[in-house]
Each structure stands twice: as C-alpha cells, then as structure tokens.
Design a protein around this ligand. Sequence first.
Ligand code: DAH
Length: 369
Amino acid sequence: MSGPNKNYDPVEVTPLHADEVDRTRDEALEAFRAAPDLAALQEAKVAHLGERSPIALANREIGALPPQGRKEAGQRIGSARKAINEAYASRLAVLEAEHEQRMLATEQVDVTLPWPAPQLGARHPLSLISEQIADVFTALGWDVAEGPEVEAEWLNFDALNFQPDHPARQMQDTFFVEPAGSGTVLRTHTSPVQARSMLTRKPPIYVICPGRVFRTDELDATHTPVFHQVEGLVVDEGITLAHLKGTLDHFVVSMFGEGLQARLRPNFFPFTEPSAEVDLLCFVCRGDSVGNPDRPCRTCGSEGWIEWGGCGVVNPRVLQACGIDPERYSGFAFGMGLERTLMFRNGVQDMRDMVEGDVRFSRQFGMEI
Ligand code: DAH
C-alpha cells in the first residue's frame, strides 16, 4: 500500500483506474460463473474476494489518493466489490442448490428394499425347561440348590448308600477324574446335591436342583454323554410317600396340563427305600390308546404311561450319613432327565439337536425369557 498522500499531489494509482476496476470485477464475475462446484467456487472466492485479491488491494490504495479523488475511487471500488460479492452469493446459492439436489438423488433410501435383518439368538430349550421346573417349585416355597459338576466320589456314590462293591455302582458308567484314585468323578446324576443339601442345611429342607451330569455314553439319537437332570429333595418331620405322590402330581399338572397325574412303579435305588419309577399319564392320549389299535399313540407307544424318572423315600442310612436324625426326620426325593422330558413333551426326535447348538432348533421353542 502506498500510504496516505500528504502532498495532495495527483497520484496515478493503476489499480484504481476505471478500466482496471472493471476488468478486475469482470474477471471475478467470470471466475465465479465458471466455477463448476462448491470447491472451485471457494478457490475463486479466495482469489477474487480474499485479503490479497486485486479488489482488496485496490481498496487499500484509496487512501493513497488526494482527498478529491478518493470519493470517486471509493464509489467505483465499492460498486465493483458489491457486484463481485453479489455474483459470489448468487453462484453460491446455485451451486448449493445443485449440491443438495445431487445428494438427495444419490442418497435416496428405498424403504421397500429388503434389508439384512440381524439374526436374533434364542434361549436353549433345556435352559427354558429347567427354569420352568425351578419356577414350579419355588412357587411352593422350595429353594434352588446347586452342586459342582466335578464331584467327590463319596458324595456321588458312598453318601447315597452305593456300597463299594454294590452292583448299583456299575449301573452308571462313570467318568473318573485323573489321577486314578483321586476320589473325584464327573457327577453321574444330580443326586449328590441331595447329600450336599443335607450336609449344609438343617431340616426342614425343600430343594430343587437342576444340573448337568455325565456318563460314558456315545452320542446318538437317544444318548448323550453330557445331559441334564433335575433332582428334588424334601426332609422334614412326618414326611411320607403320600407327600411324594402329591408333589409329583402337582409337578405333572404344572408341566403337562390339567387332569394329568403320576404313577409310581416299584424299583430299586440305593438312596431311597422304598423306591419307584415315576410314570406320567400320557398327556396326548391320556391312556385312551391302550388296547385300542384304531387309535395308536406315538407319544407313549400306546402304553398310556410315559416313563419319566425315579423317586422314593430317602433311605434312613443316607439321612444318617449326612448327619440327619432318621428317628426324627424323614424325606422323599425324585429325579428325572431333562433331555428325555423335552423329547416326549416337545416331540424332539433326535437328542443330537439339543447338543449341536443350531439356533434354528432353539428358536422353535419361542423367545420366552
Ligand atoms: N439319580 C437317579 C438316576 O440318575 C434318579 C433318581 C432316582 C433320583 C430316585 C432320585 C430318586 O432322587 O429318589 O438314575
């Protein structure tokens, strides 16, 4: 910048010539008009309206003019700047509108297109059924009890009155935990939770124990080496077989529907005396298929009853082994397999479906929480 003209001499300032100002303005107008997009317009703005643009520099030169020349030059520069600013603003409006149109066109969303729905998981039916069972019994005021899957051999067998040489011990094919003689097994049933409950609680004891158990079976349609059972145990004063039968009937109705009941068939288990098999009145034919070849029942094989589990009055020797006075207390226990229950209750044909973890299998049982 030339600085104020103190001498009032006429000064020739080229950028302020009318022709030059017009040219500067026209160049700017042309640059804005030619800018194809917002980025180019921004560049043109810096070049033609920025601090170092010809028009800005010319504006600064006004001060170098003698006073009588300033007004005219000021007006000329002012109207040129106004024209440039307006040209910029109108081009900006056009380009912004174009940009918006383009965005609307390219970012258009077709809400009718199919979309990749996220796959929802599902709870495993064995989790659902064991919670349903726990609910039936907690509603009666019972506790849910748990025990470890790697269990002391003593609790799995001895405390339950399986003698060391008792053939009953061979009834179950056991996974023994190494080293040999460690006295530790993968529990073969949930019955050791009975012993644990009696050892850690004082009567009255009312517990339900769902859990995972292990036997050396090959995996096939009806066997799996890892499966689930639920165990029930009551120890209180004056408990009889009648309480067991009433409890099982309630359990059956809660799980399979009104009008159904349990049947006890004598059997042997070392930890209960007397012991029985629990059968369930077939919830499909309700016994009508028995001796009725015209109406066969696939669920019970036209037997009328479905084998469900084992039960009995707690053997006084077990009470004693667990520190409970059999003179004062008595109890009952029952246990059943959950995979088997699901098989006949829900028509699952192949146990491997319960093992493989395919969500399509689990989803069929609904999203109950
Ligand atoms: N623990 C037995 C089994 O795995 C089932 C059983 C039978 C449980 C009789 C009981 C019972 O509580 O009283 O075969």
